[in-house]
Ligand binder design. Structure first.
Ligand code: NAD
Ligand code: IPM
Ligand code: MN
Length: 352
């Protein structure tokens, strides 16, 4: 089969890690006899530099004409003084909105050989950790009215309507049905009106999923529970900003933010991106961990292309390399072999 893939490296380490994902895609092409037509597009800071906008029209068009989209990361100090609407991050927010990518799946898995790279004590991780954060991605405080008043007061409005909550709740329960059938809905309904709506709608949707065990947790408690008892979770369903914060926290349990892939999915399109940012502090040094982006490509094969075997082959190759004790700097410990970004990529490619 032939597939079109749009690749957006973005800024900072984006180029290095996305190059790794492209090599993996090419290996899958060769091994499984597919054809992937890869096209590159600008987004974020590089798009500001080249086109004067963080999300050029042609990038949107290319994304809409593809079967799968890979994104590195956007942003960096060079563009930090720009106004909100002009910033690189706006490009990412706008492409999510433009493509209707309201579901963001962020799986956090502690790989057996990485148990000792986690900052949590081994007894807290126990048999292992395998959770999935289902984050609402195109609503909430990220997309509410915002501005600065004449007196200098700045505001960002947090609102959700019933339909927005319902459709992400359905995705949360569907995800739970395919996994451990346990769903924790995280909100702040003791304080926020939008969270009270959230909880009510989640309870309504739960009636269609009697097999799923549902519980509710306030976000502050959830942040704490992730550290003291992370294995109690199977699926965490939450709104845009809470999901952003909790997924960075969950990523560190797995050893590094460089390990966590994500899938941003709507009714029609799928964009696959690591959860981390452009890491300006380590860009261009061949030390970034490419695994989050490579695992994001695996998610693309599974969720957007109906190629689960190919996705699993990538995951198995990552596991093999980790089992062999190969590590980038962020997950390196005394007894393991330290490699750079490129070498990590070629070892994963070799094992597919
Ligand atoms: P960050 O995720 O870029 O970096 C946080 C820390 O994690 C840094 O110390 C970095 O070196 C490390 N890190 C991140 N990815 C890594 C990897 N693959 N391997 C090894 N270490 C890694 O977050 P930040 O520093 O808060 O933000 C930097 C820029 O990235 C900002 O402009 C921010 O807006 C942007 N950002 C973009 C995205 C995205 O494009 N999806 C996500 C988060 C932040
Ligand atoms: C992420 C990032 C983005 C977000 C930013 C860069 C807009 O932090 O993908 O987690 O907050 O969603
Ligand atoms: Mn984030």
């Amino acid at each position: 089969m032939e597939y079109r893939v749009t690749v957006m490296p973005g800024d900072g380490i984006g180029r290095e890690i996305v190059e790794g994902a492209v090599k993996v895609i090419k290996k899958i092409e060769e091994k499984y006899n597919h054809k992937f037509n890869i096209n590159y597009a600008d987004i974020g800071g590089i798009a500001i530099d080249n086109h004067g906008t963080p999300l050029p029209e042609e990038t949107i068009e290319m994304c809409k004409n593809s079967d799968g989209i890979i994104l590195g990361a956007v942003g960096g100090p060079k563009w930090d003084s720009l106004k909100g609407e002009d910033r690189p991050e706006r490009g990412l927010l706008n492409i999510r909105k433009e493509l209707g990518l309201y579901t963001n799946l962020r799986p956090a898995i502690v790989y057996e050989p990485l148990k000792n790279a986690s900052p949590l004590k081994p007894e807290i991780i126990g048999e292992g950790l395998d959770i999935c954060i289902v984050r609402e991605l195109t609503g909430g405080i990220y997309f509410g009215e915002k501005g600065v008043k004449e007196d200098g007061t700045a505001y960002d409005v947090l609102s959700y309507n019933e339909e927005e909550v319902k459709r992400i709740a359905v995705k949360g329960f569907e995800t739970a049905m395919k996994r451990g059938k346990k769903l924790t809905s995280v909100d702040k309904s003791n304080v926020l009106e939008s969270s009270r709506l959230w909880r009510r709608v989640v309870i309504e949707v739960s009636k269609d999923y009697p097999e799923v065990e549902l519980n509710h947790m306030y976000v502050d408690n959830a942040a704490m529970q992730l550290l003291i008892n992370p294995t109690q979770f199977d699926v965490i369903l939450t709104m845009n900003m809470f999901g952003d914060i909790l997924s960075d926290e969950a990523s560190m349990i797995t050893g590094s933010i460089g390990m966590l892939p994500s899938a941003s999915i709507g009714e029609k399109y799928g964009l696959y991106e690591p959860i981390h940012g452009s890491a300006p502090d380590i860009a261009g040094q061949d030390i970034a961990n490419p695994i989050a982006t490579i695992l994001s490509a695996a998610m693309m094969f599974k969720h957007s292309m109906g190629l689960p075997e190919e996705g699993t082959a990538i995951e198995k190759a990552v596991e093999k390399v980790l089992n062999d004790g190969i590590r980038t700097r962020d997950i390196h410990t005394d007894s393991t072999k330290l490699v750079g970004t490129e070498e990590m990529v070629s070892l994963i490619v070799k094992n597919i």
